[in-house]
Design a protein around this ligand. Structure first.
Ligand code: SF4
Length: 330
C-alpha cells in the first residue's frame, strides 16, 4: 500500500497546461524527492482554477498535459496518490463547514487575496476568490497532512489552515492535526528575457520542449546588459544565464564560466554552450519519460481516476468524523 505508516504531505497545482522550468524547479522536483520519505498526495486543483478563469474548455486537456509532465518528472503513481480535486467532492463539503467557523477578516487579510485585487484591479472579487485559501485549508486538512511543501510566500496560507483546524477542534471535537509548512528553497529561475519565468510573459522553457526548442530559446537569452561587446568583461551575478548555470552546471564548469565571463576570456555564446551541455541531458530524460505517457493519454486519465478513488476513501473517513463531531443528523 502506497505510503503506509509514513507522515503525509499534500500539494496541488492548477491545471494550466504544460509545466515550465520555473514550476518544475519551484515545486515539482521537490514533490518527486518527497516520494521517498513521505506518503504523498498531489492533486490537480481544478476548482481553484475557476478563481482565475470561468472558461473551463481547456481544463481537461490542460490537466492531462500537466500530469504528463508530473509523470515525466518522476512522480510515481505506485508511491504517490495523484488525483483530481473535483473528483473528491468532500473537499467542497468541508470547505462549507469551515466557512461557518472562519471569520471573513481572516480571509481578507491573506496577502495573496489583496495582491490579486490590486494587480488585476478587481472591483467586485468573487466569493470564491476570497474563500480560495479556505478551500486550500479543506484540501490539506481532509487528508490530515502533517506537511505542506510551500515557498515562503505561501506560509500565511498554512498559518490560516492551522487556525481553521484549531477553530474547528475547539468548536466541536479535535478532528484535525495542525499541518506544518515544509519550506522549499525555490531557486531563482529566470525566463529567457531575464524576468521571472512565467507562461504569461512568453519567456518560459517547457519540460516538453525539444532539444532544438530549448537551444533556440537559450541562445538569444538576455545576459549581463553591461556586456555589450565580446571584449567587455561581464558580471555573472547579474546575468540570468548564470542563474541557470547555478541550477544545472557542476561547480568546476560553473566557476570556469564565471571566471571566463569576468575576464572576457569567453563570449556569451560559449557560456550558453556550456549551460546547454549540462541542461539538455536531464531535460531530455524527463521529456522521453513524458512522451511515453503523452502517447497514452487514457493511461493518464486512468491514473488520475484510480488516485481519486484512493483519495476519496480517506476523504470519506474524514467527513464521517466531521459529521459525527457536528451532529446535525437527527
Ligand atoms: S559570459 Fe555567461 S555569465 Fe557572463 S554575461 Fe555572458 S552569458 Fe552571462
Amino acid at each position: 500500500m502506497a505510503g503506509a505508516g509514513k507522515e503525509r504531505v499534500l500539494s496541488g497545482m492548477r491545471p494550466s497546461g504544460k509545466v515550465h522550468l520555473g514550476n518544475y524547479l519551484g515545486a515539482l522536483a521537490n514533490w518527486v524527492k518527497l516520494q521517498d520519505e513521505l506518503d504523498c498526495y498531489y492533486f490537480v486543483a481544478d476548482w481553484h482554477a475557476l478563481t482565475d478563469d470561468l472558461d473551463t474548455s481547456d481544463v481537461p486537456a490542460n490537466a492531462v498535459e500537466m500530469v504528463a509532465d508530473w509523470l515525466g518528472a518522476g512522480l510515481d503513481p505506485a508511491r504517490s496518490t495523484l488525483f483530481i480535486q473535483s473528483l473528491v467532492p468532500e473537499h467542497a463539503e468541508l470547505h462549507l463547514i469551515f466557512s461557518m467557523t472562519t471569520p471573513v477578516t481572516w480571509l481578507e487579510r491573506v496577502p495573496t487575496y489583496r495582491e490579486r485585487i490590486e494587480q488585476q484591479h478587481l472591483e467586485s472579487p468573487s466569493y470564491g476568490l476570497l474563500g480560495y485559501p479556505l478551500l486550500q485549508s479543506a484540501d490539506i486538512l481532509m487528508y490530515k497532512a502533517q506537511w505542506v511543501p510551500v515557498g515562503a510566500d505561501q506560509v500565511p496560507h498554512i498559518e490560516l489552515t492551522r487556525e481553521v483546524a484549531r477553530r474547528f477542534n475547539n468548536t466541536w471535537k479535535p478532528v484535525f492535526p495542525e499541518p506544518q509548512a515544509k519550506l522549499t528553497q525555490i531557486p531563482k529561475v529566470p525566463g529567457t528575457d531575464g524576468r521571472k519565468m512565467s507562461k504569461s510573459y512568453g519567456n518560459a522553457i517547457y519540460l516538453s520542449d525539444s532539444t532544438e526548442e530549448i537551444t533556440a530559446k537559450v541562445k538569444p537569452m538576455v545576459t549581463d546588459p553591461a556586456r555589450k561587446r565580446r571584449a567587455d568583461p561581464g558580471n555573472p551575478d547579474v546575468c540570468p544565464v548564470f542563474d541557470l548555470h547555478r541550477i544545472f552546471t557542476p561547480e568546476a564548469d560553473r566557476e570556469a564560466a564565471a571566471t571566463g565571463c569576468r575576464t572576457a576570456a569567453i563570449g556569451c555564446l560559449d557560456c550558453k554552450g556550456v549551460l546547454l551541455k549540462h541542461m539538455l541531458p536531464p531535460l531530455a530524460r524527463i521529456r522521453e519519460r513524458r512522451q511515453r505517457f503523452v502517447e497514452k493519454p487514457a493511461q493518464i486519465v486512468e491514473i488520475l481516476h484510480e488516485g481519486s478513488k484512493r483519495a476519496r476513501r480517506i476523504a470519506t473517513q474524514t467527513m464521517e468524523e466531521v459529521r459525527d463531531a457536528i451532529k446535525l443528523e437527527p
